[in-house]
Design a protein. Structure first.
Length: 353
């Protein structure tokens, strides 16, 4: 494990050097969020090249964990032990859909914050991938169970967020073009108090066309605070019942605000789609945010998924792992968390390196 920690410590140090441009302060002070994001966007190709460069270190770290029994030092035993089914509460009665008053526009050019996620298409033909950290709830599983058939239309590779006075625009970049039809869902989690526990979940069915629409969109809240279990972002297989995101506040235009959230296919690229949600959905507050794509469970009342399944039951996408292949938890991809509207300390649960 010591070698694993050294490898990951080196990776984090490299990330810091790249993001800051080797400038840790001085007379000008550290980069602001806005400056750092702008510099990061302009250096996307460099950053992606770096990701390729550290892949061998990722493999070495994974191999070290596998050699030591998945980091526990004990024998791995495959188990199909089921865990309790979440018990969702009744959703409130939504107001009937009303006439729309305001529509989103074309997102501005400037990016305010963004995420880059692992591209599993590189190894899709070999039926494995890297980039997952199951214990930290960063799941890289755009594959079917057992056969490991790749599904690039749920493989997130980048997500941009653009904030305006009225709308927050979120653009998903996928490894493959969106299909004409499909049963997958895409979504955002918003952590409003930066404790690692999601508070608001926005999800949409596959957008049908390039016109903004509210069809197939839901917004959920977790009012009883049980998303993530007892310790957010850490696997928690307690037998205590939980209900995840249990309150539905928006459903295809039904709710207090018929214009709350919209989605569409990106008119400029077939592998992208866009969300637009009203800034007042969450109010004037800083937050952590992450993205996900799901063609498997699609169950808001099960979040977080790694609390429902042990790593042994879920399986692994890593070649050579004693847990390979993916089993119970398949056809899902999510990201680590970026931030907006506040300065992170650095130890926020789920925060990207």
């Amino acid at each position: 494990m010591r070698s694993t920690r050294i490898i990951w410590a080196a990776l984090v140090f490299i990330v810091i050097l790249i993001i800051t441009g080797c400038n840790f302060g001085g007379n000008s002070g550290p980069l602001s969020l806005e400056d750092a994001v702008e510099a990061g966007v302009q250096a996307t190709l460099t950053k992606e090249a770096w990701l390729e460069g550290v892949e061998s270190a990722r493999k070495t770290a994974i191999a070290a964990e596998n050699d030591q029994g998945n980091g526990t030092g004990q024998e791995i035993r495959i188990t199909d032990t089921p865990y309790p089914t979440p018990q969702p509460t009744l959703t409130p009665t939504l107001k009937p859909a009303q006439d729309h008053i305001i529509f989103p526009e074309k997102p501005k050019d400037r990016v305010d914050t963004y995420l880059i996620d692992y591209n599993s298409s590189d190894y899709a033909g070999e039926h494995f991938t890297y980039g997952e950290n199951y214990k930290a709830n960063v799941l890289e599983r755009p594959f079917s169970a057992n056969e490991m058939e790749y599904m690039g239309t749920i493989d997130i590779i980048r997500v941009n967020m653009k904030v305006t006075e009225i709308w927050v625009y979120v653009i998903f970049y996928l490894a493959e073009d969106l299909p004409d039809v499909g049963a997958m869902k895409y979504g955002l989690e918003l952590d409003l108090d930066e404790n690692g526990r999601g508070d608001v979940l926005i999800q949409t069915e596959l957008p049908r066309n390039e016109e903004w629409s509210v069809d197939g969109i839901q917004v959920y809240q977790d009012l009883d605070g049980d998303v993530g279990g007892e310790e957010p972002m850490v696997p928690d297989h307690s037998l205590q019942p939980r209900n995840g995101y249990e309150v539905l506040i928006f459903d295809g235009g039904e709710g207090n605000d018929p214009d709350l959230v919209w989605a569409r296919r990106d008119p400029e690229a077939k592998n992208r789609f866009q969300f637009a949600f009203k800034y007042d959905l969450i109010g004037n507050t800083g937050y952590l945010w992450s993205a996900w794509a799901d063609a498997g469970l699609k169950a808001p009342d099960y979040f977080d998924y790694h609390d429902l399944y042990t790593n042994e039951t879920a399986g692994s996408p890593y070649p050579g792992s004693p847990l390979y292949p993916i089993k119970s938890l398949a056809l899902f991809d999510n990201t680590c968390r970026s931030y907006y509207g506040f300065t992170p300390v650095g130890d926020e649960p789920g925060l990207c390196p």
